[in-house]
Design a binder for this molecule. Structure first.
Ligand SMILES: [Zn+2]
Length: 512
């Protein structure tokens, strides 16, 4: 058995399904390219049957990525499989990933099928998928709550029908490490054709055991791990790529397993994801959180100064956290920016580069040092935004302790038509949000509002994230600006733009 673990990243499928983590097509392609640089073996690009937008995103990723396999997810239904096959056919290394639930509760209440019907559907699905590619993955949804004997039967049939990867998901995050490892051992032993397929696991984090269950399964003989950056995903998320990979690397003595991951790309990848979805990485998050390498207590610092190994099991450099990344200043030219943009992994046209260059110059007038994160934010802000139905032109706010109510005056474009209005609020941000809501004629509920500095320093750009809800649709918007009130307005409009798009697009969801 090989000691190389196949890293299957599902940030763009399972991760993107987590509440508020929706990404547009450009953002997905950019993240896919980063995953390629990171060295993942398979990118699950999406669920093409979900909507036209999902189909097109998978197609765009398939065309953009050449260094790793691109998988499309589909239920065990002919129309789904054909749609997935169509979406990934432009990929250099395509994979079809089909699935069906195998647990008694899912078969009875979700599928409303008898076990023998599920067996027939699984067989037909894998056989149909094999007509399009010889790289077919089959998943038994809710495998950890399935009857092991029945699961073994489904798996054997899937392999016989042509599946080359067998995924055993802990869909609801119910499994315990030793028990899950035993299930993998059981299958490897009792499925006669087990040696003809790679066994994979997909573990959810509902009890905080996603990475632990994944590692236990790898130790037991699974050779593919399905993971996401920072562990984003449905509900409590998935096993985090960085946790699984760094456990394998740091404890090679215990596991004896390797991956093809360029570990120094881990932090830049998680940071990019955080920037795209507008959710900061928690400070205490293992490996990529701000505090994960900070040694603050006196005893630790003393030990660290004498010998780093006293408290450090891996170095910050090994996961790409090198500290200094001052890149550009007021006098940096377009070539310096172009080199930096490439280094950060973006591919821009001349026109887009010009747009970003102007924005960097404007920022450099106000801020002495421009960091990697600034450039990243400006690109996402200037180039990657979805075409705006609502766009801010000018904003002026009066606030302070003058006794006057805070006032906002706004000029904006709605579908290309200029509108203006002023309004009041209990604070400046409230005044801006009230005025914008009145201008667009909608009343979304503000669920969350957060300001973060893009970098350190009081002259840092502010990144504002807002979470809005309207008619059951939830969306996140983000905006970056040196002025946090302007950043707030941009974030609010970005969320309104995404809500407008969501209302237009019907999307189907699956769990796995
Ligand atoms: Zn999942």
């Amino acid at each position: 058995m090989s000691d190389k673990i196949i890293i299957f990243d599902t940030t763009l499928r399972d991760g993107e399904q987590s509440p508020g983590a929706t990404m547009n097509q450009r953002e997905k392609v950019r993240l896919a390219r980063q995953l390629e640089i990171l060295g993942v073996d398979v990118i699950e690009a999406g669920f093409p049957a979900a909507s036209v937008g999902d189909f097109e995103s998978v197609q765009a990723i398939a065309a953009a990525v050449t260094g790793c396999q691109v998988a499309g997810l589909c239920r065990s239904l002919p129309a789904d499989i054909e749609r997935a096959a169509e979406a990934i056919k432009g990929a250099k290394l395509p994979r079809i990933h089909t699935f069906i639930a195998t647990s008694p509760v899912h078969m009875a209440h979700k599928l409303r099928k008898e076990p023998h019907q599920v067996l027939e559907m699984a067989e037909a699905a894998v056989k149909l998928a094999r007509k399009f590619t010889d790289n077919v993955e089959f998943s038994a949804e809710d495998a950890s709550r399935s009857e092991p004997e029945f699961l073994a039967k489904v798996v054997e049939l899937a392999i016989k029908s042509g599946a080359t990867t067998i995924n055993i998901p802990d869909t609801v995050g119910y499994a315990q490490p030793a028990e899950f490892a035993a299930l993998i051992s059981y299958l490897l032993e009792h499925v006669p054709s087990a040696h003809k397929a790679v066994f994979s696991v997909h573990c959810h984090n509902d009890l905080g055991l996603g990475a632990a269950n994944t590692l236990a399964a790898l130790k037991a003989g699974a050779r593919q791990a399905e993971v996401t950056l920072s562990g984003i995903g449905e509900r409590a998320g998935n096993a985090a790529l960085e946790e699984v990979v760094m456990a394998l690397h740091t404890r090679h003595d215990y596991y004896g397993l390797t991956t093809g991951i360029a570990t120094e790309q881990i932090f830049p990848s998680c940071r990019l994801l955080s920037r795209i979805i507008g959710m900061p990485i928690p400070a205490y998050k293992a490996i990529v959180g701000r505090n994960s390498f900070a040694h603050e207590s006196g005893i630790h610092q003393d030990g660290m100064l004498k010998n780093r190994q006293t408290y450090e099991i891996m170095t910050p450099e090994s996961v790409g956290r090198s500290g200094t990344d001052i890149v550009l200043g007021k006098h940096s030219g377009r070539n310096a920016l172009s080199a930096k943009v490439k280094e950060l992994g973006f591919v821009l046209t001349d026109e887009q580069l010009g747009q970003v260059f102007e924005a960097v110059k404007r920022l450099a007038d106000k801020k002495q040092e421009i960091f990697d994160q600034d450039v990243e934010s400006l690109i996402l802000e200037q180039v990657f935004r979805i075409p705006d139905k609502y766009a801010l032109k000018t904003l002026s706010v009066l606030a302070g302790n003058t006794g006057m109510p805070p006032t906002a005056a706004v000029i904006m474009d709605i579908d290309g038509e200029e509108k203006r209005l002023s309004g009041f609020g209990t604070g400046p941000v409230d005044a801006v949000f009230n005025t914008l809501s009145a201008l667009v004629g909608r009343k979304p509920k503000l669920l969350e509002y957060a300001v973060n500095a893009v970098t350190g320093g009081t002259d840092a750009q502010g990144q504002v994230t807002v979470r809005l809800e309207e008619d059951g649709h939830m969306t996140v918007g983000r905006g970056t600006d040196e002025d946090i009130i302007v950043a707030s307005a941009k974030a609010f409009l970005n969320a309104l733009n995404r809500l407008a798009k969501k209302r237009e697009e019907k999307r189907e969801w699956v769990t796995l």
